[in-house]
Write a protein that binds this ligand. Structure first.
Ligand SMILES: [Zn+2]
Length: 292
């Protein structure tokens, strides 16, 4: 089971979040048929979105999008307040040579941007965007938190892809320095984090999110939330027809003229939907379609 744990340090100065999501990242890898470098990028972005989603309130969701000039081009993950995540990889068949024994996610993205779009409900949207610092995602997310949300934070993400291309470990942790954090604690943490092992190594040895936080922090903290996280796509035929209706009347009429069944695949979960000519006709009648 994939689990996220949220906690608060005893002095209330640090908000900490630990995550192990190996099973859902392996599921995402299989669904999207990603090659190892793309799998590592996808897994880190999925984990990053889940870590950020731990701070959402009921009904809210967010999207982490990384766009670069490199071969991966674009990877997206959406996560909601319940810990449900889905995503897609624009170019899944990317695998580059290793860099110092690690999958070279930074080079696969190249120069680019990390965007965070939050849907806070009631049409309240927030968007933050930062240029990629390393493209390795964890440092980019920390940079985003510091510059866009003014939160001093440390983020670590790790994905281990095995020789059979399967994801054998995925997870991470995030530490926010709250206004009550003392300089003493922050200095301690900065030193401590320099020596922390990669989270993928901890997970390969069987660590859960709590063990990851214990090892990273080395400080007492109280767990305030534990929840299961999962890969989940809420798509349905109705939603696909809604999306078709949004294409506009002319496009739908064109499909009807061709008289073919329209095949649509959900980009997040790869479910195939088919809209028949009759369904297209009733879309035109019932919903009218948007103008143009
Ligand atoms: Zn779907």
């Amino acid at each position: 089971m994939d689990v996220l744990v949220k906690g608060m340090s005893a002095d209330q100065g640090l908000l900490v979040v630990g995550l192990v999501d190996t099973d859902l990242v392996e599921r995402a890898r299989m669904l999207h048929d990603t090659y190892p470098t793309a799998s590592a990028a996808f897994g880190r972005i999925i984990s990053g979105a889940l870590l950020l989603s731990s701070l959402l309130k009921e009904g809210q969701k967010l999207m982490v999008q990384v766009v670069g000039e490199g071969p991966l081009k674009e990877v997206v993950a959406e996560a909601d307040w319940k810990g449900r995540v889905r995503g897609y990889v624009y170019k899944p068949h990317v695998h580059l040579g290793l860099k110092e024994g690690k999958l070279d996610v930074g080079r696969a993205f190249g120069n680019g941007y990390l965007n965070v779009i939050k849907d806070l409900g009631l049409r309240d949207r927030y968007q933050g965007s930062v240029p990629l610092q390393t493209g390795e995602i964890a440092t980019d997310l920390a940079y985003y938190l510091r510059t866009s949300e003014q939160i001093p934070a440390a983020v670590s993400l790790g994905v281990h892809v095995d020789t059979d291309n399967a994801v054998k470990a995925s997870g991470g942790f995030m530490i926010h320095a709250l206004p009550d954090a003392t300089d003493e604690v922050l200095e301690y943490l900065e030193e401590r984090l320099k020596g922390v092992r990669p989270v993928s190594s901890m997970i390969l040895e069987g660590a859960g999110p709590k063990e990851i936080l214990d090892e990273a922090l080395g400080l007492p903290y109280d767990i305030i939330e534990t929840k299961e996280v999962m890969y989940f796509c809420p798509c349905s035929k109705g939603r696909v027809l809604d999306a078709l209706a949004a294409l506009g009347r002319q496009d739908i009429e064109e499909m009807v003229r061709k008289g073919e069944t329209v095949e649509i695949q959900c980009q997040f979960c790869k479910t195939e939907y088919a809209a028949t000519k009759d369904e297209l006709l009733s879309l035109l009648e019932e919903r009218g379609g948007a103008e143009g």
